[in-house]
Design a protein around this ligand. Sequence first.
Ligand SMILES: *Cc1c(COP(=O)(O)O)cnc(C)c1O
Length: 381
Amino acid sequence: MTFEGFETLAIHAGQEADAETGAVVVPIYQTSTYRQDGVGGLRGGYEYSRSANPTRTALEECVAALESGARGLAFASGMAAEDTLLRTIAKPGDHVIIPGDAYGGTYRLFSRVLERWGVSWDAVGLSDPAAVRAAVRPETVAIWVETPTNPLLNIADIAALADVAHDAGALLIVDNTFASPYLQQPITLGADVVVHSTTKYLGGHSDVVGGALVAADPELAERLAFHQNAMGAVAGPFDAWLTLRGVKTLAVRMDRHCANAERVVEELTRHPEVAQVYYPGLPDHPGYKVAVEQMRAFGGMVSFRVRGGEERALRVCDRARVFTLGESLGGVESLIEHPARMTHASAAGSPLEVPNDLIRLSVGIESADDLVADLLQALGD
Ligand SMILES: *Cc1c(COP(=O)(O)O)cnc(C)c1O
Protein backbone atom coordinates (compact mmCIF):
# COMPACT_ATOMS: atom_id res chain seq x y z
CA MET A 1 0.00 0.00 0.00
CA THR A 2 1.27 3.47 -0.77
CA PHE A 3 0.63 6.53 1.36
CA GLU A 4 1.75 10.11 1.09
CA GLY A 5 0.20 12.20 3.86
CA PHE A 6 2.91 13.93 5.90
CA GLU A 7 1.71 12.58 9.25
CA THR A 8 1.46 9.04 7.86
CA LEU A 9 4.96 9.22 6.36
CA ALA A 10 6.38 10.49 9.66
CA ILE A 11 5.06 7.41 11.43
CA HIS A 12 5.47 4.75 8.73
CA ALA A 13 8.08 5.67 6.09
CA GLY A 14 11.10 3.41 6.55
CA GLN A 15 9.39 1.82 9.54
CA GLU A 16 7.77 -1.47 8.50
CA ALA A 17 6.97 -3.81 11.38
CA ASP A 18 9.93 -6.14 12.02
CA ALA A 19 9.70 -9.12 9.61
CA GLU A 20 10.72 -11.70 12.20
CA THR A 21 9.03 -10.56 15.42
CA GLY A 22 6.36 -8.11 14.30
CA ALA A 23 7.84 -5.40 16.56
CA VAL A 24 5.98 -2.24 15.62
CA VAL A 25 8.86 0.05 16.54
CA VAL A 26 12.14 -0.24 14.64
CA PRO A 27 14.61 -1.83 17.12
CA ILE A 28 17.84 -0.19 18.25
CA TYR A 29 20.36 -2.28 16.32
CA GLN A 30 23.19 -1.69 18.78
CA THR A 31 25.75 -3.64 16.78
CA SER A 32 28.91 -2.72 14.93
CA THR A 33 29.10 -5.74 12.65
CA TYR A 34 26.89 -8.39 11.00
CA ARG A 35 27.24 -12.12 10.55
CA GLN A 36 27.72 -13.03 6.88
CA ASP A 37 26.16 -16.11 5.29
CA GLY A 38 29.39 -17.22 3.67
CA VAL A 39 32.00 -14.70 2.50
CA GLY A 40 30.19 -11.68 1.05
CA GLY A 41 26.75 -13.16 1.88
CA LEU A 42 25.23 -10.04 3.41
CA ARG A 43 21.71 -9.93 4.84
CA GLY A 44 20.01 -6.79 3.54
CA GLY A 45 23.35 -5.24 2.57
CA TYR A 46 24.58 -4.77 6.15
CA GLU A 47 28.27 -5.46 6.81
CA TYR A 48 29.55 -2.77 9.23
CA SER A 49 27.62 -0.03 11.07
CA ARG A 50 29.62 2.94 9.79
CA SER A 51 28.53 1.96 6.27
CA ALA A 52 24.94 1.18 7.25
CA ASN A 53 22.86 0.25 10.30
CA PRO A 54 19.16 -0.72 10.15
CA THR A 55 18.04 1.81 12.78
CA ARG A 56 19.85 4.58 10.91
CA THR A 57 18.42 3.34 7.61
CA ALA A 58 14.89 3.70 9.02
CA LEU A 59 15.57 7.32 10.02
CA GLU A 60 17.23 8.07 6.69
CA GLU A 61 14.28 6.71 4.69
CA CYS A 62 11.80 8.58 6.84
CA VAL A 63 13.55 11.96 6.56
CA ALA A 64 13.95 11.50 2.78
CA ALA A 65 10.19 10.87 2.51
CA LEU A 66 9.33 13.93 4.62
CA GLU A 67 11.56 16.16 2.48
CA SER A 68 10.42 14.59 -0.84
CA GLY A 69 14.02 13.72 -1.70
CA ALA A 70 15.70 10.77 -3.40
CA ARG A 71 17.68 9.72 -0.34
CA GLY A 72 18.43 10.81 3.21
CA LEU A 73 21.59 10.41 5.28
CA ALA A 74 21.91 10.74 9.05
CA PHE A 75 24.94 12.18 10.84
CA ALA A 76 26.33 12.61 14.34
CA SER A 77 25.40 16.32 14.35
CA GLY A 78 24.14 19.06 12.08
CA MET A 79 27.71 20.32 11.68
CA ALA A 80 28.91 16.84 10.67
CA ALA A 81 26.21 16.80 7.98
CA GLU A 82 27.29 20.24 6.74
CA ASP A 83 30.98 19.33 6.67
CA THR A 84 30.31 16.12 4.76
CA LEU A 85 28.12 17.96 2.25
CA LEU A 86 30.62 20.76 1.65
CA ARG A 87 33.60 18.47 1.25
CA THR A 88 31.55 16.43 -1.23
CA ILE A 89 30.54 19.34 -3.46
CA ALA A 90 33.42 21.84 -3.09
CA LYS A 91 37.14 21.60 -3.79
CA PRO A 92 40.00 24.14 -3.50
CA GLY A 93 39.27 27.14 -5.73
CA ASP A 94 35.50 26.83 -5.44
CA HIS A 95 33.24 29.53 -4.03
CA VAL A 96 30.01 29.37 -1.99
CA ILE A 97 27.49 32.13 -1.21
CA ILE A 98 26.27 31.98 2.40
CA PRO A 99 23.59 34.00 4.23
CA GLY A 100 24.66 37.36 5.68
CA ASP A 101 23.14 36.11 8.94
CA ALA A 102 24.13 32.44 8.69
CA TYR A 103 23.91 30.08 11.68
CA GLY A 104 27.08 30.79 13.70
CA GLY A 105 28.43 27.25 13.35
CA THR A 106 27.98 27.38 9.57
CA TYR A 107 29.78 30.73 9.41
CA ARG A 108 32.60 29.31 11.53
CA LEU A 109 32.87 26.21 9.32
CA PHE A 110 33.41 28.44 6.29
CA SER A 111 35.55 31.15 7.89
CA ARG A 112 37.76 29.03 10.15
CA VAL A 113 37.88 25.60 8.53
CA LEU A 114 36.99 25.43 4.84
CA GLU A 115 38.76 28.68 3.98
CA ARG A 116 42.05 27.04 4.99
CA TRP A 117 41.30 24.33 2.44
CA GLY A 118 40.89 26.86 -0.35
CA VAL A 119 37.10 27.17 -0.44
CA SER A 120 36.12 30.86 -0.59
CA TRP A 121 32.79 32.36 0.40
CA ASP A 122 30.80 35.56 0.45
CA ALA A 123 28.11 36.42 2.98
CA VAL A 124 25.14 38.06 1.23
CA GLY A 125 21.69 39.14 2.42
CA LEU A 126 19.49 36.46 0.88
CA SER A 127 16.20 38.33 1.06
CA ASP A 128 17.33 40.14 -2.11
CA PRO A 129 17.71 37.58 -4.97
CA ALA A 130 19.22 40.30 -7.25
CA ALA A 131 22.05 40.85 -4.75
CA VAL A 132 22.66 37.12 -4.67
CA ARG A 133 22.75 36.98 -8.48
CA ALA A 134 25.29 39.82 -8.48
CA ALA A 135 27.52 37.91 -6.03
CA VAL A 136 27.69 34.77 -8.20
CA ARG A 137 31.15 34.09 -9.71
CA PRO A 138 32.29 31.57 -12.30
CA GLU A 139 33.70 29.44 -9.42
CA THR A 140 30.44 29.50 -7.41
CA VAL A 141 29.35 25.90 -6.79
CA ALA A 142 26.56 26.48 -4.29
CA ILE A 143 24.22 28.98 -2.68
CA TRP A 144 23.58 28.15 0.97
CA VAL A 145 20.18 29.29 2.22
CA GLU A 146 18.63 29.55 5.64
CA THR A 147 15.03 30.65 5.99
CA PRO A 148 13.86 31.71 8.53
CA THR A 149 17.27 32.84 9.82
CA ASN A 150 18.70 32.86 13.30
CA PRO A 151 17.97 34.99 15.33
CA LEU A 152 16.35 37.75 13.23
CA LEU A 153 13.99 35.42 11.32
CA ASN A 154 14.68 36.87 7.88
CA ILE A 155 13.00 35.10 4.97
CA ALA A 156 14.58 34.06 1.66
CA ASP A 157 12.58 33.13 -1.45
CA ILE A 158 13.69 29.53 -2.08
CA ALA A 159 12.20 29.23 -5.60
CA ALA A 160 13.78 32.53 -6.73
CA LEU A 161 17.19 31.54 -5.32
CA ALA A 162 16.93 28.10 -6.95
CA ASP A 163 16.65 29.91 -10.30
CA VAL A 164 19.71 32.04 -9.49
CA ALA A 165 21.73 28.97 -8.49
CA HIS A 166 20.68 26.87 -11.47
CA ASP A 167 21.32 29.69 -13.97
CA ALA A 168 24.87 29.71 -12.59
CA GLY A 169 25.23 25.92 -12.74
CA ALA A 170 25.41 25.87 -8.93
CA LEU A 171 23.50 23.88 -6.31
CA LEU A 172 20.86 25.36 -4.03
CA ILE A 173 21.32 24.09 -0.47
CA VAL A 174 18.71 24.88 2.19
CA ASP A 175 19.27 24.50 5.91
CA ASN A 176 15.67 23.69 6.85
CA THR A 177 16.29 23.35 10.60
CA PHE A 178 14.15 26.32 11.69
CA ALA A 179 11.09 25.47 9.60
CA SER A 180 11.22 21.64 9.61
CA PRO A 181 9.78 19.71 6.65
CA TYR A 182 6.29 20.06 8.12
CA LEU A 183 6.29 23.81 7.51
CA GLN A 184 8.48 24.01 4.40
CA GLN A 185 9.76 21.54 1.79
CA PRO A 186 12.66 23.14 -0.07
CA ILE A 187 13.12 20.34 -2.62
CA THR A 188 9.56 20.87 -3.89
CA LEU A 189 10.55 24.54 -4.40
CA GLY A 190 13.66 23.70 -6.43
CA ALA A 191 16.41 23.08 -3.84
CA ASP A 192 19.00 20.37 -4.55
CA VAL A 193 19.99 19.49 -0.99
CA VAL A 194 18.30 19.99 2.37
CA VAL A 195 20.35 20.15 5.58
CA HIS A 196 19.01 19.57 9.10
CA SER A 197 20.24 19.82 12.59
CA THR A 198 17.91 17.04 13.79
CA THR A 199 18.92 18.17 17.29
CA LYS A 200 16.17 20.78 16.95
CA TYR A 201 12.56 20.22 15.75
CA LEU A 202 13.00 16.79 14.14
CA GLY A 203 14.29 15.23 17.38
CA GLY A 204 12.14 17.71 19.28
CA HIS A 205 12.84 16.64 22.87
CA SER A 206 16.27 18.16 23.60
CA ASP A 207 17.72 14.71 24.25
CA VAL A 208 19.85 13.99 21.19
CA VAL A 209 22.34 15.74 18.87
CA GLY A 210 22.16 14.78 15.18
CA GLY A 211 22.12 15.95 11.60
CA ALA A 212 20.70 14.93 8.25
CA LEU A 213 21.09 15.57 4.53
CA VAL A 214 18.45 14.92 1.89
CA ALA A 215 19.35 15.15 -1.80
CA ALA A 216 16.91 15.54 -4.67
CA ASP A 217 19.13 13.84 -7.26
CA PRO A 218 20.02 10.13 -6.78
CA GLU A 219 23.48 10.60 -8.32
CA LEU A 220 24.39 13.40 -5.88
CA ALA A 221 22.87 11.31 -3.06
CA GLU A 222 25.19 8.46 -4.05
CA ARG A 223 28.25 10.74 -3.81
CA LEU A 224 27.07 12.03 -0.42
CA ALA A 225 26.59 8.46 0.82
CA PHE A 226 30.12 7.61 -0.31
CA HIS A 227 31.49 10.58 1.67
CA GLN A 228 29.31 9.76 4.69
CA ASN A 229 31.00 6.36 4.88
CA ALA A 230 34.47 7.63 3.88
CA MET A 231 34.43 10.44 6.46
CA GLY A 232 32.48 8.48 9.07
CA ALA A 233 30.55 11.10 11.08
CA VAL A 234 27.45 8.87 11.22
CA ALA A 235 24.53 8.88 13.67
CA GLY A 236 24.77 6.03 16.18
CA PRO A 237 21.87 3.56 16.47
CA PHE A 238 20.46 4.94 19.73
CA ASP A 239 20.67 8.53 18.50
CA ALA A 240 18.95 7.51 15.25
CA TRP A 241 16.22 5.75 17.26
CA LEU A 242 15.60 8.76 19.53
CA THR A 243 15.40 11.03 16.51
CA LEU A 244 12.97 8.72 14.72
CA ARG A 245 10.82 8.60 17.85
CA GLY A 246 10.74 12.39 17.83
CA VAL A 247 9.90 12.62 14.13
CA LYS A 248 6.69 10.61 14.58
CA THR A 249 5.06 13.54 16.41
CA LEU A 250 6.61 16.35 14.35
CA ALA A 251 3.33 17.51 12.79
CA VAL A 252 1.35 17.77 16.03
CA ARG A 253 4.26 19.37 17.84
CA MET A 254 4.78 21.95 15.08
CA ASP A 255 1.08 22.86 15.07
CA ARG A 256 1.32 23.65 18.79
CA HIS A 257 4.71 25.41 18.49
CA CYS A 258 3.19 27.69 15.83
CA ALA A 259 -0.05 28.35 17.71
CA ASN A 260 1.83 29.16 20.93
CA ALA A 261 4.30 31.39 19.08
CA GLU A 262 1.40 33.31 17.53
CA ARG A 263 -0.12 33.86 21.00
CA VAL A 264 3.24 35.05 22.34
CA VAL A 265 3.73 37.38 19.36
CA GLU A 266 0.28 38.86 19.87
CA GLU A 267 1.09 39.70 23.50
CA LEU A 268 4.59 41.00 22.78
CA THR A 269 3.56 43.29 19.91
CA ARG A 270 1.20 45.21 22.19
CA HIS A 271 3.50 45.30 25.23
CA PRO A 272 4.80 48.82 26.08
CA GLU A 273 8.28 47.54 27.06
CA VAL A 274 8.80 45.72 23.76
CA ALA A 275 10.40 47.84 21.02
CA GLN A 276 10.25 45.39 18.12
CA VAL A 277 9.05 41.84 17.43
CA TYR A 278 10.61 39.65 14.72
CA TYR A 279 8.25 36.97 13.41
CA PRO A 280 7.62 36.10 9.75
CA GLY A 281 3.88 35.79 10.45
CA LEU A 282 3.56 39.52 11.14
CA PRO A 283 2.13 41.27 8.06
CA ASP A 284 4.70 44.09 8.40
CA HIS A 285 7.62 41.61 8.35
CA PRO A 286 9.51 42.22 5.07
CA GLY A 287 9.40 38.50 4.23
CA TYR A 288 5.72 38.02 5.08
CA LYS A 289 4.49 37.49 1.51
CA VAL A 290 7.21 34.98 0.65
CA ALA A 291 6.66 33.19 3.97
CA VAL A 292 2.93 32.88 3.25
CA GLU A 293 3.74 31.31 -0.12
CA GLN A 294 6.42 28.85 0.91
CA MET A 295 5.53 27.94 4.52
CA ARG A 296 2.49 26.17 5.97
CA ALA A 297 2.75 28.33 9.13
CA PHE A 298 5.42 30.59 10.63
CA GLY A 299 7.20 28.43 13.16
CA GLY A 300 8.00 28.47 16.85
CA MET A 301 10.91 30.91 16.91
CA VAL A 302 10.28 34.50 18.02
CA SER A 303 12.79 37.29 18.65
CA PHE A 304 12.15 40.70 20.18
CA ARG A 305 13.94 43.82 21.33
CA VAL A 306 13.14 45.42 24.68
CA ARG A 307 13.18 49.03 25.79
CA GLY A 308 15.92 49.68 28.32
CA GLY A 309 18.85 48.17 26.45
CA GLU A 310 21.00 45.19 27.30
CA GLU A 311 20.42 45.46 31.05
CA ARG A 312 16.67 45.06 30.57
CA ALA A 313 17.16 42.17 28.14
CA LEU A 314 19.39 40.31 30.61
CA ARG A 315 16.87 40.91 33.39
CA VAL A 316 14.03 39.42 31.32
CA CYS A 317 16.17 36.33 30.65
CA ASP A 318 17.00 36.00 34.36
CA ARG A 319 13.42 36.40 35.52
CA ALA A 320 11.79 33.95 33.13
CA ARG A 321 10.72 30.75 34.86
CA VAL A 322 8.64 28.65 32.44
CA PHE A 323 11.02 29.66 29.65
CA THR A 324 14.34 28.00 30.54
CA LEU A 325 17.48 30.07 30.00
CA GLY A 326 19.52 28.07 27.53
CA GLU A 327 20.88 27.65 24.02
CA SER A 328 19.45 25.38 21.30
CA LEU A 329 15.83 25.35 20.13
CA GLY A 330 13.03 23.21 18.79
CA GLY A 331 12.33 21.08 21.87
CA VAL A 332 8.98 20.66 23.60
CA GLU A 333 10.13 22.96 26.42
CA SER A 334 10.30 26.73 25.90
CA LEU A 335 13.74 28.32 25.93
CA ILE A 336 14.86 31.93 26.25
CA GLU A 337 18.28 33.32 25.46
CA HIS A 338 20.28 36.51 24.93
CA PRO A 339 21.93 36.04 21.49
CA ALA A 340 24.53 38.82 21.91
CA ARG A 341 26.01 37.12 25.00
CA MET A 342 25.12 33.50 24.27
CA THR A 343 24.55 31.93 20.82
CA HIS A 344 25.99 34.90 18.94
CA ALA A 345 28.72 36.02 21.39
CA SER A 346 31.46 34.98 18.96
CA ALA A 347 29.80 37.13 16.25
CA ALA A 348 30.71 40.41 18.00
CA GLY A 349 32.50 42.60 15.46
CA SER A 350 31.55 40.33 12.54
CA PRO A 351 28.72 40.79 10.01
CA LEU A 352 26.66 38.45 12.19
CA GLU A 353 26.67 40.76 15.22
CA VAL A 354 23.19 41.18 16.76
CA PRO A 355 21.73 44.02 18.90
CA ASN A 356 22.33 43.60 22.64
CA ASP A 357 18.71 44.36 23.56
CA LEU A 358 17.54 41.33 21.57
CA ILE A 359 15.96 38.24 23.16
CA ARG A 360 15.30 34.99 21.29
CA LEU A 361 12.54 32.57 22.24
CA SER A 362 12.08 28.98 21.22
CA VAL A 363 8.39 28.71 22.03
CA GLY A 364 7.60 25.23 23.31
CA ILE A 365 4.36 23.28 23.55
CA GLU A 366 3.39 24.05 27.16
CA SER A 367 0.08 25.84 27.93
CA ALA A 368 0.02 29.13 26.06
CA ASP A 369 -1.43 30.93 29.10
CA ASP A 370 1.55 29.91 31.24
CA LEU A 371 4.01 31.04 28.57
CA VAL A 372 2.34 34.43 28.20
CA ALA A 373 2.05 34.93 31.98
CA ASP A 374 5.75 34.10 32.38
CA LEU A 375 6.83 36.63 29.76
CA LEU A 376 4.58 39.33 31.22
CA GLN A 377 6.03 38.86 34.72
CA ALA A 378 9.59 38.78 33.33
CA LEU A 379 8.96 42.03 31.43
CA GLY A 380 7.34 43.70 34.47
CA ASP A 381 9.14 45.84 37.05
C1 LIG B 1 21.88 23.91 15.52
C2 LIG B 1 21.96 24.28 14.10
C3 LIG B 1 22.94 23.75 13.25
C4 LIG B 1 24.05 22.84 13.76
O1 LIG B 1 23.58 21.63 14.20
P1 LIG B 1 24.23 20.77 15.40
O2 LIG B 1 23.31 19.61 15.52
O3 LIG B 1 24.28 21.65 16.62
O4 LIG B 1 25.61 20.38 14.96
C5 LIG B 1 22.92 24.11 11.91
N1 LIG B 1 21.99 24.97 11.42
C6 LIG B 1 21.04 25.51 12.21
C7 LIG B 1 20.04 26.46 11.62
C8 LIG B 1 20.99 25.20 13.56
O5 LIG B 1 20.05 25.76 14.35
